[in-house]
Design a protein around this ligand. Structure first.
Ligand SMILES: CC(C)(COP(=O)(O)OP(=O)(O)OC[C@H]1O[C@@H](n2cnc3c(N)ncnc32)[C@H](O)[C@@H]1OP(=O)(O)O)[C@@H](O)C(=O)NCCC(=O)NCCS
Length: 188
């Protein structure tokens, strides 16, 4: 695959001019219906990759500010000095079906982490948060990058349930990437 371009889109971007299908209707809806308002209202910044030759959109992600309540059971590895821990939210993360399993998602998430690391040097934000779909392979992927469960016991129960194929009430689980820890390892 040729090297795709990467850009942040602005509020003049016309999502309707493109065909994008990540395979999940509810997530496609964000692209066609909600994304433009999230950008216009400064709720999210949206970054996308396109094929150079055709301008076809192959994947995108959004970043927003968030915070996470520093409950004793959550984020155990982070020192708690305030009720809320500031972070960034990887809100949407989608790759077009035609381009899935070719490393596009990995490239995009690396970009999201780079932007988050830079942001954490300018604005106080300790972690990058993702609400992952309950899918063992996807959770492993986040963990390989360095994401950890926000609530460790909830996370290990979930993995156990997945292994024993038990049905679960929840359909997402929160993971976080400690940006300070990552900064320290990349600096050294
Ligand atoms: C998740 C997604 C963004 C990954 O994009 P991708 O370009 O296929 O990713 P890559 O080829 O770089 O592979 C990275 C990881 O994506 C996950 N992945 C890719 N295709 C997958 C599939 N069909 N089912 C489950 N996970 C998948 C895997 O965890 C993979 O890591 P692994 O190969 O180490 O197991 C893409 O599959 C997608 O858009 N899925 C639908 C939307 C979605 O689920 N978004 C995530 C919300 S938390």
């Amino acid at each position: 695959m040729n090297r795709p371009t990467f850009e942040k889109v602005d509020s003049n971007f016309n999502f309707q001019d493109y065909n994008f299908d990540c395979g999940l209707e509810e997530l496609n809806q964000f692209f066609y219906i909600n994304a433009i308002d999230f950008i216009k209202q400064d709720y999210s910044q949206l970054y996308l990759s396109r094929m150079k030759e055709t301008s076809e959109i192959i994947g995108f992600f959004t970043l927003s500010c968030t915070n996470i309540c520093s409950d004793d059971k959550d984020l155990k590895s982070i020192e708690k000095i305030a009720r809320y821990i500031p972070g960034l939210l990887l809100g949407m993360f989608e790759v077009d079906q035609k381009y899935q399993e070719k490393g596009v998602g990995t490239d995009l998430i690396k970009k999201a982490v780079q932007i988050s690391l830079k942001t954490s040097m300018i604005v106080g934000c300790r972690c990058l948060i993702v609400d992952s779909k309950i899918n063992e392979r996807l959770i492993n992927f986040y963990q390989k990058i360095g994401f950890e469960f926000v609530n460790i016991s909830l996370g290990s129960d979930l993995l156990q349930n997945l292994k024993s194929k038990k049905t679960m009430k929840r359909d997402t689980i929160k993971l976080f990437l400690d940006l300070q820890k990552l900064r320290k390892t990349t600096d050294s």
